[in-house]
Design a protein around this ligand. Structure first.
Ligand code: BDR
Ligand code: CA
Length: 318
């Protein structure tokens, strides 16, 4: 049976790869895409998303613009140092067709899709959680219509990336993340612990660049991303954070340690702002699930997903 997915994202280089990956997986249907500020402004993220869909020949998927600023806090600067001024690695891509942006606000699209696909809709969130928090506030019955939510975000047992404590998606809106992680719906959190080790390398990019339009696009946008990550990783490579979360959703990333535990987001203004405090104290007893917890935290996977990801991307050019 086809899996219906709404992607809430801030496209963004790795968001673009995640979208292409999902488009390549059989039995997965992206039924809508909402954007949020983070890597770029939400509107720019929508235009980038339309570029990706046009590349894959899938312009029929509705793309709606969401929150341009966090729930309560002052916005952080967009992550242009990571993703380029245009959010797509400044790779000289053509203009997007603005007329294709869905006229509905993101919350309206989300609400419409939650009713159209009631009980079956899966949400993949690869940006700040502002849109989802606003949707929960507007309609507390939303979780009853959603099958589950997979979130790329947080850092459970490793450092953050936006700050020493906070991962970027959570850092952009910690208050929203706290709302989403405490809403009682089934959430799978895919943190930096498992995304950073899954890296696209120069060899992967060389292979992709020899392929068709999708391969060349991924290689081109990844260049800037690798420039950013080289001093951090000590080698020229780029973690595929958002595709990892997409892989968890499809089942092609296999979690091996994934306890259901309480997760709180630090919303104070100190140095730990945006930290995801996952209660992993069960580690000495094989990570048992915690009574009443609704967030699964992926702490380990079998690894080796990026080769599968590259093969999926290549299949779009076949
Ligand atoms: C996350 O932050 C964004 O920059 C990426 O697109 C990804 O969703 C990684 O921390
Ligand atoms: Ca993202």
């Amino acid at each position: 049976m086809t899996v219906s997915v709404l992607v809430d994202c801030d496209t963004g280089i790795d968001d673009a790869v995640a979208l292409l990956y999902l488009l390549a997986v059989p039995d997965v249907e992206i039924v809508g895409i909402t954007t949020v500020a983070g890597n770029t402004a939400a509107r720019a993220g929508a235009l980038n998303t339309l570029r990706v869909l046009a590349l894959a020949g899938r312009t029929g998927i509705p793309v709606a613009v969401g929150a341009e600023r966090p729930l309560l806090a002052d916005p952080l600067p967009h992550s242009t140092h990571v993703h380029g001024a245009d959010g797509m690695g400044d790779a000289g891509l053509g203009e997007a067709d603005e007329s294709l942006v869905d006229p509905r606000p993101a919350l309206r699209l989300l609400d419409d899709l939650s009713r159209e696909h009631e009980g079956r809709l899966r949400i993949l969130a690869t940006g700040a959680l502002t849109n989802l928090a606003l949707a929960l506030r507007a309609d507390p019955s939303l979780p009853s219509r959603i099958r589950d939510v997979v979130v790329m975000g947080g850092a459970a047992e490793v450092p953050g990336n936006r700050t020493p404590a906070a991962e970027a998606n959570i850092a952009h809106d910690p208050e929203a993340a706290q709302v989403v992680l405490s809403a009682g719906w089934p959430v799978t959190l895919v943190p930096l612990d498992v995304t950073v080790p899954e890296q696209l390398t120069e060899e992967h990019c060389a292979r992709l660049a020899e392929g068709g339009a999708v391969g060349r696009f991924v290689a081109a946008i990844s260049d800037h991303y690798m420039d950013f990550y080289t001093p951090i990783l000590g080698r020229r490579a780029a973690p595929q954070h958002d595709a990892l979360a997409a892989g968890v959703l499809t089942g092609e990333v296999v979690p091996t340690v994934c306890p259901r535990v309480r997760v709180e987001v630090e919303c104070g203004n100190g140095p730990a702002r945006g930290a995801t405090v996952a209660d992993t104290r069960g580690r000495y007893r094989g990570h048992p699930d915690q009574e009443g917890a609704t967030v699964r935290v992926v702490l380990r996977t079998t690894g080796g997903f990026v080769d599968r990801l590259v093969a999926r991307l290549e299949s779009l050019d076949a």
